[in-house]
Design a protein around this ligand. Structure first.
Ligand SMILES: C[S@@+](CC[C@H](N)C(=O)[O-])C[C@H]1O[C@@H](n2cnc3c(N)ncnc32)[C@H](O)[C@@H]1O
Length: 229
């Protein structure tokens, strides 16, 4: 199956992919280690998920936290190549949120970290997600907290057209010369999930920066848990 992305994805450029690899693989002690990875591990265990899909797996850094069957789908060949180097025992397939190279009703759960803000057409992605999930299948989406989009925007230097940011972006331990980001509201994401037949179980803001910050603010990230009806 050929990968057909409807939006421009800079991670498919080998230079951008390498910038991402360099930045993420040197990050220590941030929200990923402290919060994201433990949340994924608990979500898989608490829901007794046997077959788990990750949408936009990047170089597979979340894959070790799924101890049951893991399938990472990722559009960037450079990141898939790196994923196989890092985690040769895990399964990674080229594809995108719009075309998941999986059979109908084949997975118990699907999660994604830091990808939903790269997806322009949420309705199409949610429809495709519903197709590959079993009835009652679980979804766990970790994306930018729309309440802190001003802070996200401040990391970009480039252009803004409607919801779309396009430009250089600062990462916690590096930068990407070019990234594309869509500022979806919480309502955009929730209503699109509901339209595709999902029931929202919970939403939680997290990622407050350093442990000792007194004003913990609103949280940089949001985790949305849903279930296919
Ligand atoms: C910020 S990285 C996050 C990677 C990984 N989830 C992680 O936590 O390290 C965003 C990833 O989303 C992928 N991506 C972008 N658009 C996508 C789409 N429409 N469907 C699936 N993945 C997409 C990119 O190729 C990239 O690997």
């Amino acid at each position: 199956m050929t990968t057909q992305l409807r939006e421009d994805n800079p991670f498919e450029d080998s230079k951008m992919a390498q910038e991402w690899i360099d930045a993420i693989e040197t990050e220590r002690g941030g929200a990923r280690e402290k919060e994201v990875y433990p949340m994924i591990n608990s979500w898989v265990k608490e829901n007794h998920l046997q077959t788990v899909l990750e949408v936009g797996a990047g170089q597979g850094v979340c894959s070790p936290y799924v101890e049951t069957e893991y399938i990472g789908v990722e559009p960037s060949q450079a990141l898939i190549d790196r994923a196989f180097e890092l985690y040769p025992q895990k399964k990674f397939i080229k594809g995108s949120s719009y075309e998941l190279p999986l059979e109908k009703g084949s997975v118990d759960g699907a999660f994604s970290v830091g990808v939903w803000f790269h997806i322009e057409n949420l309705d199409d992605a949610h429809k495709e997600l519903s197709r590959v999930l079993k009835p009652e299948g679980k979804v766990f989406i970790i994306t930018s907290n729309p309440e802190t989009h001003d802070e996200w925007e401040s990391l970009f230097t480039g252009t803004k057209e409607g919801k779309k940011l396009d430009g250089a972006v600062k990462l916690p331990t590096g930068k990407m010369t070019r990234n594309v980001f869509f500022l979806h509201t919480k309502e955009d994401i929730i209503s699109s999930l509901e339209k595709a037949g999902f029931e929202i179980i919970s939403t939680k803001n997290f990622g407050y920066g350093s442990e000792n910050v007194e004003d913990r603010g609103l949280g940089f990230w949001i985790a949305i848990e849903a279930r296919k009806r």
